[in-house]
Design a protein around this ligand. Structure first.
Ligand SMILES: Cc1cc2nc3c(=O)[nH]c(=O)nc-3n(C[C@H](O)[C@H](O)[C@H](O)COP(=O)(O)OP(=O)(O)OC[C@H]3O[C@@H](n4cnc5c(N)ncnc54)[C@H](O)[C@@H]3O)c2cc1C
Length: 463
C-alpha cells in the first residue's frame, strides 16, 4: 500500500455537522478516531446553509416589517428609502463571526487526528487521503454532506448562481429568476423580494414537500403575494444581452412567458456527496439518486461496519437531524460489532418563510398510499394563524389512523407552523392518539389552538 499509514478504530469522513458529532460520540465511547475533511474547514450550515440564509431572512423580515407599519396605524415618512444593496456584505461579516465560534472545537483536534484531503475507499478497511496517506480503520462513518444540483437545462447560463454562490456576491442583483420551488427557492425568493430584488420563482409541479392540495393552494396564494410563483414551468430558452438575461419559459397552463433578469439562481435541490468516495470498493450501496442506503435503526450501510449520517441520506435535510444521526452513527461505529438500534425519529421538515410551511410524519400522499393497502385514515383540518383581530390565513391538516386513532402525519402552512410541527413530532414519537392530543389543555391561542381544532375535527369523525 502506497503512502504512510494511520491506524484508527473509527474513521469519520467529513467534518460537517454530522461528522463532528460522529467524531465526538465515537471518542466518548473510547474509540481512537480520525476525522478527515476535504476542506475548506467550516461546514455547510455555517458557510452556505442555515446560518447565512437566516441572516439574510432576518434582514428581509426587518425590511418587510416596515411595509406593514401603516396597517397598524404607524406612519412611515415617505422620504424613507431603503437601500439593501449592502445586505450581503453585512451577512458575510455576521457569518464570519458565527463560523469562527463554531469552528473553534475543530481547531482543538490534534494534527494527527484531523487529516485534510479527499477520502476514497480502497477497500472496506482502508481509505486513501488525497491519493497519499492511507487510513486503516476498524469501522467508519460517511458524513460527506451534499452539493447543489444544477439541472441540465440551466447549465451554461451566463453568471448562473447557486444558493452557495449567492452569499458570496458583493451586492444584491436587481432582479433574479429562481429555478426551484423547494425549501431553498421559496426561502430565497421571499427574502430577496423583501430586500427589493425583483424575483420570479419557477418550479416544477411540486411545492416543496407538500402533497395536500388544499395546503398547496393556500401556500401558493400566500407566496404569490410576494413574488410570481410559476409552477410546472419549463425553461425553453435563454438570451444573453447587454441588459441582462432574457428567460423564456413554457408555463403549466400552456402559456409562454418571458422575463428579463440580471441573474438566474438554480435552487433545484442537492446531490449526495458520494462522488469519488469509491463506495463500491467498500461494498456500500446507494438507494435512489445516489443517497446512501442505511438501516434506519442503526445507520449501518450495506457494509455492516461502515455507517452514514447527515445529508448523504435521503431524508429532509436538517442541521439538528444531521447532528442527531451523526452521534448515533459515531456511537455505533465505536461499538461495532454490537451497534445499538434506536427507534427512528419522526420525520420533520419545515421552512421558516412567512407563512411557515411544515410537514411532520407522513404526508397526505403517503397516507393515500397506505390507504390503497387497506389502512383507512381520516383528515382533520383547521385554519391557522388567526391572531386576535386578524383573519386566519393559513391551514393545518392532520392525518389520523382510523383503526388505532394514532396521529400519523400533518401538513401545514401558516404563522407558527414550525412550533405546531415540533409539538406534533413529539406527540407522534410518543404514539399519541388524537383524543390524547385533544385532552391536552393548550394555553397559548396560537398556533396550538389550530392544532387543537384540527384534532377536534378528526376526533368528531372518529366517533
Ligand atoms: C442554503 C441551506 C440552508 C439550510 N437551512 C437550514 C435551516 O434553516 N435549518 C436546518 O435545520 N437545516 C438547514 N439546512 C440543512 C443543513 O445545513 C444540513 O442538513 C447540514 O448542514 C448537513 O450536515 P452534513 O454534516 O451532512 O454535511 P456538511 O456540513 O456539508 O459536511 C460535509 C463535509 O464533508 C466534506 N467532504 C465531502 N466529501 C468528502 C471526502 N470525499 N473526503 C473528505 N471530506 C469530504 C465536505 O467538505 C463537508 O465539509 C440548510 C442547508 C442549505 C444548503
Amino acid at each position: 500500500m502506497q503512502g504512510s499509514v494511520t491506524d484508527c478504530d473509527v474513521a469519520v469522513i467529513g467534518a460537517g455537522a454530522a461528522g463532528l458529532e460522529a467524531f465526538r460520540a465515537a471518542e466518548a465511547e473510547g474509540a481512537r478516531c480520525v476525522l478527515i475533511e476535504a476542506g475548506p474547514l467550516g461546514a455547510t450550515a455555517q458557510l452556505r446553509g442555515g446560518v447565512p440564509l437566516s441572516i439574510l431572512q432576518r434582514a428581509a423580515h426587518a425590511a418587510h416589517a416596515l411595509g406593514e407599519l401603516p396597517e397598524m396605524g404607524i406612519i412611515v415618512d415617505p422620504a424613507l428609502r431603503l437601500d439593501c444593496r449592502g445586505a450581503l456584505k453585512a451577512l458575510r461579516t455576521a457569518r464570519a463571526r458565527v463560523t469562527n465560534e463554531l469552528l473553534s472545537p475543530l481547531y482543538r483536534i490534534g494534527g494527527d487526528r484531523l487529516l485534510t484531503g479527499s477520502a476514497t475507499f480502497i477497500d472496506d478497511h482502508h481509505l486513501s487521503i488525497g491519493g497519499g496517506r492511507v487510513v486503516a480503520f476498524r469501522s467508519a462513518v460517511i458524513a460527506t454532506g451534499s452539493t447543489p444540483y444544477v439541472p441540465y437545462a440551466l447549465r451554461g447560463i451566463h453568471g448562473l448562481l447557486t444558493p452557495d454562490l449567492l452569499f458570496d456576491l458583493e451586492e444584491l442583483p436587481r432582479s433574479v429568476a429562481i429555478f426551484g420551488s423547494g425549501a431553498m427557492g421559496l426561502q430565497l425568493g421571499q427574502a430577496l423580494s423583501s430586500l427589493g430584488v425583483g424575483v420570479v420563482v419557477h418550479g416544477d409541479d411540486r411545492l416543496w414537500r407538500l402533497t395536500d392540495e388544499e395546503i398547496i393552494d393556500t401556500a401558493r396564494e400566500r407566496f404569490g403575494r410576494d413574488f410570481p410563483l410559476l409552477l410546472s414551468s419549463e425553461l425553453t430558452g435563454v438570451e444573453e444581452g447587454p441588459g441582462g438575461l432574457g428567460i423564456y419559459c413554457l408555463e403549466g397552463d400552456g402559456r409562454e412567458s418571458y422575463q428579463r433578469v440580471d441573474r438566474v439562481i438554480s435552487a433545484s435541490g442537492r446531490l449526495p456527496g458520494t462522488v469519488g468516495l469509491g463506495l463500491e470498493a467498500a461494498g456500500v450501496e446507494c438507494a435512489g439518486q445516489g443517497f446512501i442506503a442505511v438501516d434506519p435503526a442503526t445507520l449501518a450501510t450495506t457494509c455492516p461496519h461502515v455507517f452514514a449520517a447527515g445529508d448523504v441520506l435521503n431524508r429532509p435535510m436538517s442541521l439538528r437531524r444531521a447532528k442527531h444521526d451523526g452521534a448515533l452513527a459515531g456511537r455505533n461505529a465505536a461499538r461495532f460489532p454490537s451497534p445499538q438500534p434506536e427507534a427512528p425519529l419522526v420525520e420533520l421538515g419545515m421552512i421558516l418563510t412567512n407563512p411557515e410551511l411544515a410537514v411532520v410524519g407522513l404526508t397526505l400522499g403517503e397516507m393515500r398510499e397506505r390507504g390503497r393497502h387497506g389502512q383507512a385514515f381520516i383528515v382533520g383540518g383547521a385554519a391557522m394563524g388567526a391572531e386576535r383581530g386578524v383573519a386566519g390565513e393559513g391551514e393545518i391538516k392532520i392525518y389520523v389512523d382510523a383503526g388505532s386513532h394514532r396521529l400519523m402525519g400533518a401538513e401545514m402552512c401558516g404563522q407558527g407552523a414550525s412550533h405546531a410541527a415540533q409539538f406534533l413530532a413529539l406527540a407522534m414519537g410518543g404514539n399519541l392518539t388524537v383524543e390524547a392530543l385533544l385532552a391536552f389543555p393548550f394555553y397559548s391561542p396560537l398556533p396550538e389552538a389550530a392544532l387543537r381544532e384540527a384534532a377536534g375535527s378528526a376526533a368528531r369523525q372518529l366517533r
